[in-house]
Design a protein around this ligand. Sequence first.
Ligand SMILES: *Cc1c(COP(=O)(O)O)cnc(C)c1O
Length: 336
Amino acid sequence: MIDFRSDTVTRPSMEMREAMACAEVGDDVYGDDPTVNSLQAYAAERLGFESALFTATGTQANLLAIMSHCGRGDEYLCGQSAHNYRYEGGGAAVLGSVQPQPIENEPDGSINLEKARAAIKADDFHFAMTRLLSLENTIGGRVLSLDYQRQARAFCDDHGLLLHLDGARIFNAAVKSNCDVTEITGHYDSVSVCLSKGLGAPVGSLLLGSKAFIDRATRLRKMVGGGMRQAGILAAAGRIALEQGPLRLFEDHDNANYLSAGLAGIPHLEINPDSTQTNIVYARCRTGEAEQLRSYLADQGILITAGDPIRFVTHLDVNRQDVDRLLGAIRHFYQS
Ligand SMILES: *Cc1c(COP(=O)(O)O)cnc(C)c1O
């Protein structure tokens, strides 16, 4: 099977499996796992924060971030299409009693800061207390500009808000922005990062921030059942993902560009190749046959996410040849 559904489908390399098998471990709830501790220290250094916390998932890292920044009855501003608003089961509201205030994302994925300002609640007992702005980069494969993120920091400073980044794919953003990841992270109070997407680890994410923030998040992680014991088995793979994964993301971006150029040549599909910025490609099926296309491709051993638009994601387990097979199969579908 060639799997274009997501970059979460990547399988751990032999090097990762060997590192996992040989990892030195201890009980991480006691703080005794040397491999987890070393990953957290390395990650904090690499991303420019005081402290880091290894978490089971990106969803958990975002939940801990919102709950560590906000208390019961507080509110966070986020995009209408933010992962931590739409796709995380409403966790911040359900488990944290933190109210989301979603704001329609601009076409480039940013949140208009004038709209954010208008959404900040006055200090009045009728209202929740606005504490946090949460951004996402990349968002739907699009990159927030460094300039915008600088403005968002200044905006938060002006209005006494904290600033969180859902950086599940922050290294894709850094590659596209042609900068070190710390030029992005430097603007934020906290950042979550997925190790289990394009970076290639089988499981795990990281949350980064100040020591006091990570201490609060560690308490909450235990509360939500995320205190894992010999987690060094997973952290060993995460370490390789964090060290080596970022170096090859440009290949995924090249393959995504190649794919979107190919798709643009298929008249049944509507795609703006300029909108492909990182490893995610969206195309609309003009004939409304997305589901039939998905099913046809699945019969050919190729998996995609049908929908409007259709989504294709490139990652370390698909190469240029796989993209050519995908393009050939799509052309064949529309010709027959
Ligand atoms: C994947 C993803 C997450 C977290 O996903 P998990 O499956 O919980 O690891 C968070 N935010 C964004 C933008 C994502 O793409």
